[in-house]
Design a protein around this ligand. Structure first.
Ligand code: M6R
Length: 614
């Protein structure tokens, strides 16, 4: 949720922190702040409410001097997004500085205790109790690390915490408590980095370690030492992470969202490249780490994810049922725990998570682990927490997705689920050579088909022009397209702030039809995937009530196109793979409507790319 960046080395820290925060801003952009310590041991703090740009403008190009520092972008949970609530927070003396991602669940109690002991707390945040607790232990004679460990022991909830002190200049401590998001330590030459996000350190170094729950890193310019919360030393060896930071640049595109929509054909190719083979047909998934006999013995699949990843999981459910012939269910990760779901070693649990750090998904996975279920994660972030918790992973190969609205990772996750279902079907003996050749043969055409759909952008922009002022939208579909209707509605809501609902089209007459009048655009996915006739009836019902029909139809289907106010056609593919194509017009429609409404496309209000609070 919040973004964390720290630096210790020989260079000026402030510009490095601001650069890192720029890459982290997608996590939260309610306020930003940095703290650096100069060579005389004086701490300088600069903060600004709003986006990082406000902090930069406030600095007017004059950066506080110092070679050790920390920085933060905030997604507000406790306390308004004001400058006063911006991190870093300090203790009474100003000598101890803290940034934080997560929620201190017992902060009211701790605030009261600290106030009673004479501490002056100045913000409305939960975070501020942390530097004051550290201060109280340091005041009692502890060194910074001991004080930090004792402070952590007092906090309830899940956190990533970073602290430094004027008493021990040059040292930064970072801890991961639970699943509130990652902590990555980057190893440079004579300099070290720490961040909530791999993508923020990658332009500086690709040698990193990841903190697990219960670990603390003590970082100086010369390296890092690790201890557990009991103070026992830990050995952690830096790993090399192959990731191309250049692909995080916006390139020629006005927005990351548009760039990422356009990258989809390549992401699909990259996701199946080297995994699908055609003669003889085969699927090889390099990071599964689950023995074939375990996969052959599962009797059920449960998929979990949130938001767009949950929509990918819904498409995956169809793949497991229709390809691998296994009963499959999907749950929002956040709901999974309330079900007391009857899972065990016979249930394969598959989590879908772009970031691999979504706390709801990590909690669902922890629950599945307690029940002994084998787990696979579909993830776009190498080394992320879901990949470390699951037995195995199928990594999507999209590179960093910077826009808060997920686009390319949706279609790449669907592709990964398709490959996984083929693989499991093969192991179960329900997908023979001929069927596999057919399934993979169809997939291989999809990137080119996606390319042709992307070329229809001008048509989609024209529809956006006609409809951008409508206050509500409905998205209707059936079968495999139903999750895409939900995704279409989610995309529109999040980037344009238009109220939108995605419904299974059969539900329309059970309530939503009451909303339809001449002001209501209805996006109807009416493809030749076995749902066409029923969708045609839905379209007729919308027309009869003067609704505006935007049809997403199969190329050459003049009959349905003629019934629509606006028709967008998709090239033919198989019913199972249509979601990879139908996602695109809805992504582009949302993008263009958001542009026309003057919305902040890449960083919509109130959102964060990675949600690490519950
Ligand atoms: O990183 P994850 O895939 O676990 O994130 C889950 C959701 O927060 C995410 O899919 C969100 O719904 C999208 N960014 C919305 O476009």
């Amino acid at each position: 949720m919040c973004g964390i960046m720290g630096y210790a080395g020989e260079r000026d820290a402030a510009p490095i922190l601001l650069e890192g925060l720029q890459r982290l801003e997608y996590r939260g952009y309610d306020s930003a702040g940095i703290a650096v310590i100069d060579d005389d041991g004086v701490i300088h703090i600069a903060k600004g409410a709003g986006k990082l740009g406000a902090l930069r403008s406030g600095l007017e190009g004059v950066y506080p001097a110092g070679r050790t520092g920390i920085g933060h972008t905030r997604w507000a949970t406790h306390g308004k997004p004001t400058e006063n609530n911006a991190h870093p927070h300090t203790d009474c003396t100003g000598d101890i500085v803290v940034i934080h991602n997560g929620i201190v669940e017992n902060y009211l109690e701790l605030r009261a205790e600290l106030r009673d002991r004479g501490h002056k707390l100045r913000s409305e945040t939960d975070t501020e109790v942390v530097p004051h607790l550290v201060e109280s232990y340091v005041g009692g004679g502890d060194d910074l690390l001991t004080a930090f460990r004792r402070t952590i022991a007092r906090l309830e909830g899940a956190h990533a915490l970073v602290v430094f002190s004027a008493k021990e200049p040059g040292r930064i401590l970072a801890a991961r408590v639970g699943n509130a998001g990652g902590v990555v330590v980057g190893y440079g030459v004579g300099e070290m980095f720490v961040s909530s996000d791999l993508s923020a350190v990658l332009p500086e170094t690709q040698r990193v370690t990841f903190l697990a729950d219960g670990e603390i890193a003590s970082i100086t310019a010369g390296g890092a030492e690790y201890v557990d919360f009991g103070g026992a030393p830990l050995t952690k060896t830096p790993q090399h992470v192959p990731f191309d930071p250049v692909s995080a640049a916006k390139g020629a595109y006005k927005h990351f969202m548009l760039k990422e929509i356009m990258e989809q054909p390549q992401c699909i190719v990259d996701t199946f490249r080297g995994r699908a083979s055609f003669d003889p047909p085969g699927v090889e998934l390099e990071d599964l780490h689950i023995a074939d006999d375990v996969l052959a013995s599962v009797t059920r699949v449960v998929l979990v994810g949130m938001g767009t990843s949950m929509h990918a999981a819904l498409v995956g459910r169809t793949y497991f049922e229709q390809i691998a012939r296994l009963p499959a269910e999907v749950d929002n990760s956040s709901e999974f725990r309330y079900r007391d779901s009857l899972i065990g070693p016979e249930t394969l649990v598959i989590s879908v998570a772009q970031s691999g750090e979504t706390v709801d998904t990590l909690e669902a996975m922890a629950d599945a682990k307690r029940h002994g279920a084998p787990q696979i994660t579909i993830c776009n972030t190498p080394g992320a927490q879901t990949t470390r918790v699951a037995d195995g992973a199928v990594l999507t190969r999209c590179g960093p997705e910077v826009a808060v609205a997920s686009t390319k990772t949706l279609t790449a996750s669907i592709t990964a689920l398709y490959l996984l279902a083929c693989h499991v079907g093969r192991i179960r003996g329900v997908v023979d050579d001929a069927r596999l050749a057919e399934l993979l043969g169809e997939l291989v055409h999809v990137p080119a088909l996606m390319g042709s759909v992307l070329k229809t952008e001008p048509e989609i922009a024209a529809i956006a022009h006609a409809l951008s002022s409508r206050p509500n939208f409905l998205f209707l579909a059936r079968g495999t397209q139903y999750p895409m209707a939900m995704e279409g509605a989610l995309k529109l809501k999040e980037v344009s702030y238009i109220h939108a609902e995605g419904y299974p089209a059969g539900e329309m007459k059970h309530g939503p039809i009451a909303l339809i009048d001449k002001m209501m655009p209805v996006v109807a996915l009416a493809l030749d995937d076995g749902t066409r006739e029923k969708m045609l009836s839905n379209i007729e019902q919308v027309r009869a009530r003067d609704g505006i029909v935007v049809g997403i139809v199969t190329e050459g289907d003049a009959e349905i196109a003629a019934k629509c106010d606006y028709a967008l056609s998709l090239p033919r593919t198989t019913p199972l793979l249509y979601p990879l194509l139908s996602a695109i017009p809805m992504q582009l429609l949302s993008y263009h409507i958001a542009l026309l409404r003057g919305c902040d496309v890449d960083q919509p209000r109130n959102l964060a790319k990675t949600v690490t609070v519950e």
